[in-house]
Design a protein. Structure first.
Length: 144
């Protein structure tokens, strides 16, 4: 017997809450595992529900904190359209930082511009300290 959608959604949200708790505690590996389980469960029965995009944004952050920048990029891209609709800069910010760390300057530029458009100048406080100067140089060198 398949779980009812409400029951499935409750289980997905429970896994997401566990992921958030791990992330808050700095346990990024455990957080990434819980985000992954929540995404897999959502994919099994919730399809393209908005929750999937929110889960991807959470996974992107955990993967970024683990240093798995390639996986972060995949997760952030999955969340990017939804994040735009929500006027939330997290996916673009993580995408920009991950791209910058992997040497993808043009992709980083596009994502950081989007993050700044969504979140204003306040996004600078969310950029990792060791990337702030590089991000600022990149944006200055391509100023329109």
């Amino acid at each position: 017997m398949n779980a009812l959608p409400d029951d499935l959604e409750s289980r997905v949200l429970d896994l997401a809450n566990q992921a958030i708790a791990h992330q808050t505690a700095g346990e990024h590996r455990q957080a990434a595992k819980h985000w992954g389980r929540a995404i897999a469960l959502a994919d099994s029965g919730l399809g393209s529900d908005e929750i999937r995009h929110w889960l991807s944004a959470g996974a992107a952050e955990a993967l970024y904190r683990l240093g798995d920048y390639a996986a972060c990029i995949v997760a952030a891209r999955a969340a990017q359209d939804w994040s735009r609709q929500q006027h939330a800069p997290l996916a673009a910010l993580l995408l920009g930082q991950a791209q910058l760390r992997l040497g993808g300057r043009e992709a980083a530029l596009l994502a950081l511009r989007e993050a700044r458009a969504l979140g204003g100048e306040a996004i600078w406080d969310a950029i990792d300290l060791d990337l702030r100067a590089a991000a600022a140089r990149l944006l200055r060198s391509h100023a329109a």
